[in-house]
Design a protein around this ligand. Structure first.
Ligand code: HEC
Length: 157
C-alpha cells in the first residue's frame, strides 16, 4: 500500500510538472490559405469542409480546443499537426510544384474515399467534422476537375 501511495504521488507530481511545458502553437495571421482557394476554386461547401475538417492539421493555423491547455494532450496534438503539415500544408500550396499539387490532390481523394481522413481520433472529439458520402463525392468531383487543369500544365487562375 505504501508503495502504491508513492507511485500515485509520483504520477501526480509528474503530471503537475509537465503542465509548465507547452509546445509552440500553430497560429497564422491573415488569409493563410488564400493561394490554395484561388487556384483550386472549391465551392463554398467544400471550402467549409477544408476549414472545419482539415486545416487544423494541414495548414499553418490550428483552432485549438480547450483541452489543448492540458499536457500531455498538447504534445500529442502538436505532433499530429507537425506530421500532418509535413505531408500536406494548404497554407504552402503556392510553393508546391505542379506535379506535387497533382499528386497531393490524388492523395486527398484516396484518403477521404478510404475514410482515413480526417483522422478518427479527431472526428471522435469533433463530431461535425466527419465527411458524409455526399460530401466525399463532391470532393472527389472537385479533385478530378482540378487535377485535369494541373495535368494540362496550367495554373488555374
Ligand atoms: C487530427 C489531424 C488531422 C486532420 C484533422 C486531418 N489530417 Fe490528414 N493527416 C494527418 C496526419 C498526422 C497525416 C500523416 C500520417 C498519416 O497518413 O496518417 C495525414 C496525412 C494526410 C494525407 C496524406 C498525404 C501523403 O503525402 O501521403 C492526406 C492527403 C491528408 N492527410 C488529407 C487530409 C484531408 C483532406 C483532411 C480533411 C478532410 C485531413 N487530412 C484531416 C492528420 C490530420
Amino acid at each position: 500500500m505504501k508503495l502504491l501511495k508513492k507511485i500515485s504521488l509520483g504520477v501526480v507530481l509528474v503530471f503537475v510538472a509537465i503542465q509548465f511545458f507547452s509546445p509552440t502553437k500553430n497560429i497564422a495571421t491573415g488569409n493563410h490559405t488564400e493561394a490554395f482557394i484561388k487556384q483550386t476554386n472549391p465551392s463554398p461547401e467544400l471550402k467549409n469542409i477544408f476549414e472545419t475538417s482539415c486545416y487544423d492539421c494541414h495548414s499553418n493555423n490550428t483552432d485549438y480546443p480547450w483541452y489543448n491547455n492540458i499536457a500531455p494532450v498538447s504534445f500529442l496534438l502538436a505532433d499530429h499537426v507537425k506530421e500532418g503539415k509535413e505531408h500536406l500544408n494548404f497554407s504552402e500550396w503556392e510553393n508546391y510544384s505542379l506535379d506535387k499539387k497533382d499528386h497531393l490532390l490524388a492523395e486527398i481523394e484516396e484518403e477521404v474515399v478510404d475514410g482515413n481522413m480526417p483522422l478518427s481520433q479527431y472526428t471522435l472529439l469533433h463530431k461535425d467534422t466527419e465527411l458524409t458520402a455526399n460530401e466525399v463525392n463532391k470532393l472527389v468531383e472537385w479533385v478530378r476537375q482540378t487535377r485535369i487543369i494541373y495535368q494540362l500544365g496550367k495554373q488555374p487562375k
